[in-house]
Ligand binder design. Structure first.
Ligand code: SAM
Length: 446
């Protein structure tokens, strides 16, 4: 009897191009396709698409790829609306998915993360809260300078490229005002003949432009990021100098116009420092805070800890319904904003502490005694094990967890349930339409 021969298909390699049928979306938003039993995560592709994709990483069990040609679009696709130079906006990778489908995908990813990663069940997954606006919702955008066809460009890096910048005329994620301000800065730079910074050559001047907007105040704040150089006074509010070939926008900042941004949210007035975090979608953040307030079930007497409080937005939105609010935040400028924001709004029962949450919770607990509600709103990395222990030590009957990453919410919620909490309710809130970014609010009780 002949011995069966196994024909091993050679594993694809970095740089190879494959034709792939995308059948679903993975956590984080990339398309999932299979090639000879091998899983490929494809950027720039949606479920139902048939694409040609170039492999950017090839591992033993999976690969990563960038779609380079859409051969057969999914029949479910809606036409891309935000295009720059004929290419889909890199900031809106899900714009081809009908909006309802975006909400369903996000809800599914939260559910999968909680059930599979967190091994959690018995919670109520509430219907996703849609964004207040599907387009023109971002109050902050960061643009890059570069050279394109021999002229100075100001826009976004081409998807998957660190060198090429696509000029942006009208980005539908930003307001008309934001777009007009960016175009004005580009005209100034072109008129002055100031070159873009080239990271490979380590030469040139202009790196980035950050445009931030008070949606309710119509104030725009512009920050120009450059290499060290002297040039004509730019038409911006802040000028940051960043040395060296690395990226990023952090560096010594000179104030040329307005230092603080003014915004209104939850019927409160806020001052925002240039280095302070502020939710990117003002209108939907208001809904997020209302949902968090609903979960907190305040009666007017409670002591609330607002951990990772930023400029105090959540704490101050809750203060009128609480006995006292204590915020902890690591960026001292944001804490100064939070204190000023309490003053501005005549809120006398909210205090803010500049500290790392890891170190600040115990002394606060000793000072105030047990809180009734702990609100946490950490960055994408979620809570470290040590911070989870500090939260458990607070002994609050109720924890409201505002999360921008279900894959870190899931293990954190699981650790909290091991300490006697129950995950009761979770509600997705769509802060970032046309993108895979997911925000949700979770309620844990004991
Ligand atoms: C997602 S933002 C939330 C801010 C605020 N709750 C809001 O809604 O605007 C997370 C905040 O945590 C702060 N942060 C990050 N790591 C921290 C730490 N270890 N201790 C205290 N604050 C931290 C950041 O500066 C940022 O302001």
């Amino acid at each position: 009897m002949a011995t069966p021969t196994t024909h091993r298909v050679p594993r694809p390699r970095h740089g190879d191009e494959l034709v792939l049928q995308v059948d679903s979306i993975a956590q984080g938003g990339r398309g999932v396709a299979r090639a000879n039993g091998y899983v490929v995560f494809v950027s720039g592709a949606l479920p139902g698409d048939r694409v040609r994709a170039r492999l950017t990483k090839a591992k033993r069990d999976f690969a990563e790829a960038q779609a380079v040609e859409l051969i057969d679009p999914s029949p479910d696709r809606v036409p891309d609306r935000c295009l720059h130079g004929g290419e889909p906006c890199p900031g809106a990778p899900w714009q081809g998915l009908p909006y309802r489908r975006q909400l369903d995908e996000k809800t599914k990813q939260i559910e999968e993360a909680l059930r599979r990663l967190g091994k959690l069940d018995g919670f109520e997954l509430e219907p996703a809260e849609p964004a207040a606006q599907e387009w023109r919702y971002r109050n902050k955008l960061e643009y890059s300078f570069g050279e394109h066809d021999g002229h100075l460009a100001l826009g976004f890096h081409r998807r998957g490229s660190w060198t090429e910048v696509i000029d942006v005329e009208d980005c539908l994620l930003a307001s008309e005002l934001n777009n007009a301000v960016r175009n004005k800065v580009r005209e100034w730079a072109q008129r002055e003949g100031i070159p873009a910074y080239d990271r490979r050559q380590q030469a040139g001047v202009l790196r980035n432009l950050v445009v931030r907007e008070g949606r309710r105040t119509a104030q725009v704040q512009t920050r120009l990021v450059t290499a060290p150089a002297s040039f004509a006074k730019p038409p911006v509010d802040l000028h940051t100098v960043v040395e060296g070939p690395g990226g990023g926008t952090d560096g010594p900042t000179g104030v040329l116009g307005e230092e603080f941004l003014a915004e209104e949210l939850a019927q409160l007035e806020f001052r925002v420092s240039p280095t302070a975090f502020f939710q990117t979608n003002t209108e939907t953040a208001e809904r997020l805070y209302e949902i968090a307030a609903g979960y907190a079930e305040l009666s007017g007497r409670e002591r609330v800890f607002d951990l990772y409080c930023g400029i105090g937005t959540i704490g101050l939105a809750l203060a009128r319904r609480a006995g006292e609010v204590w915020g902890i935040e690591t960026v001292s400028e944001a804490v100064a904003d939070a204190e000023e924001n309490a003053r501005r709004n005549g809120i006398a029962n909210a205090r803010f502490i500049a500290a790392d949450v890891r170190l600040g919770v115990r002394p606060l607990l000793e000072r105030t005694g047990r809180p009734d509600v702990v609100v946490v709103d950490p960055p994408r990395a979620g809570l470290s094990k040590q911070v989870v222990r500090r939260v458990i030590e607070c002994g609050a009957p109720r924890i409201v967890y505002v999360s921008c990453n279900p894959t870190t919410l899931a293990p954190n919620a699981s650790q909290l349930t091991e300490a006697g909490y129950r995950l009761q309710r979770v509600r997705p809130v769509d802060m970032f339409p046309q993108t895979p970014h997911i925000e949700c609010v979770a309620l844990l009780e004991k």
